[in-house]
Ligand binder design. Structure first.
Ligand SMILES: Cc1ncc(COP(=O)(O)O)c(C=O)c1O
Length: 355
């Protein structure tokens, strides 16, 4: 077996012990003689898997009973519509901070349902909170906590009156956070905690029960909550693997430890970029992402070569998003420090040979 260092932005690398556990249980899950993919979602075996996953997620993020936790299909993208459909209530407008591509996609969808007030815009930094132009009667304020494409991340969250809604697809579970600051947190699984096909929604219970009357059942948070996220057949395999990742995160020391590790990993890369005249970061220092390290080569003609030769070092999927180009190293929880050291070593070598 030869696994490469996979810096993909998502679907992204998963912890090896989790993949090994999945492999070992693939044909026969705990003596049932069946794979998790083959058992009923209503069976005791799966209910136990689902409940344990929720309990572990709650313990990692210290989620109180004031919040419901949903495991849904449709990825994070479906949340761009579910949030306004469920939270607007009798209001007509919502506030959005635009920090890049994913914020813009969320805004575009929400515009189907409400008047959207963009309180501030930037794409290489987080605009200062004191400059935000908050609406007077907005149902909620939406942020993207980490812009996966630009590599821009909130280091702290704003204190606002309206419920704070965060797309945490690319930094959930990467550090400790205070869930109580949020009305809703949502995230697609395929970066920090599982395979694609699943999204987690953490919602303050007092925000339930406000969906617009025309909201389809499958888009209604309250109906999902009342059905324990089993309004229909859920993505059982993705849910199961996510549960294993939650267990792995706990074994690794929880989010305090993971957070420290993630800062250490990102710092190694940014230190190298900042100390060189060969690589360059376009993101403001204090708003740089700990998850998606984006940079360019000063001589952009060398980028193709950089990406090609990287593969000879076992370093894959470093190409920046097609909309912005450049290089992007996505270094989510499952990315080892060994992989970072390999990337740093390669970058030093490449600079030496090409500067
Ligand atoms: C910040 C962010 N939001 C939303 C999405 C969309 O997620 P999905 O493909 O699960 O709908 C992504 C990633 O792909 C993302 O990085």
């Amino acid at each position: 077996m030869s696994r490469v260092f996979n810096f993909s932005a998502g679907p992204a690398t998963l912890p090896l012990p989790v993949l090994e556990e999945v492999q070992a249980a693939l044909l026969d899950h705990e003596g049932t003689g069946m794979s998790v993919m083959e058992i009923s979602h209503r069976s005791d075996t799966f209910i136990e898997i689902a409940e344990q996953a929720e309990a572990d997620l709650r313990s990692l993020l210290k989620i109180s009973d004031e919040y419901g936790v949903l495991f849904l299909q449709g990825g994070a993208t479906l949340q761009f519509s579910m949030v306004p459909l469920n939270l607007l209530d009798d209001r007509h407008s919502a506030d959005y901070v635009n920090t890049g591509s994913w914020s813009q996609k969320a805004i575009k969808e929400a515009e189907n349902f409400a008047e959207i007030n963009v309180v501030a815009s930037a794409n290489n930094c987080i605009p200062k909170v004191q400059d935000w132009k908050l609406g007077k009667n907005s149902a909620y304020l939406h942020i993207c906590s980490n812009e996966t494409i630009g590599g821009v991340q909130f280091s702290e969250y704003p204190e606002v009156e309206a419920p704070l809604v965060a797309d945490m697809s690319s930094d959930i579970l990467s550090r400790p956070i205070d869930v109580n600051k949020f009305g809703v947190i949502y995230a697609g699984a395929q970066k920090n905690f599982g395979p694609a096909g699943l999204a987690v929604v953490i919602i303050r219970k007092e925000l339930l029960g406000k969906a617009r009357p025309e909201t389809p059942s499958m888009l209604n948070y309250t109906l999902h909550k009342n059905a324990d996220s089993m309004l229909n057949t859920p993505p059982v395999f993705a849910w199961y693997i996510s549960g294993l990742v939650f267990k792995w995160l706990k074994q690794e020391g929880g989010l305090e430890e993971i957070g420290k590790r993630n800062v250490r990993k990102a710092k190694k890369l940014y230190d190298l970029i900042d100390s060189s005249d060969f690589y360059k970061s376009g993101v403001k220092l204090e708003d740089r992402s700990m998850m998606n390290v984006t940079f360019t080569l000063l001589n952009q003609k060398l980028e193709r070569d950089f990406l090609k030769t990287a593969q000879e070092y076992g370093l894959f999927n470093l190409k920046g998003h097609r909309s912005v180009g450049g290089i992007r190293a996505s270094i989510y929880n499952a990315m080892s420090e060994k992989a970072i050291d390999a990337l740093v070593g390669y970058m030093v070598d490449f600079e030496r040979e090409n500067a």
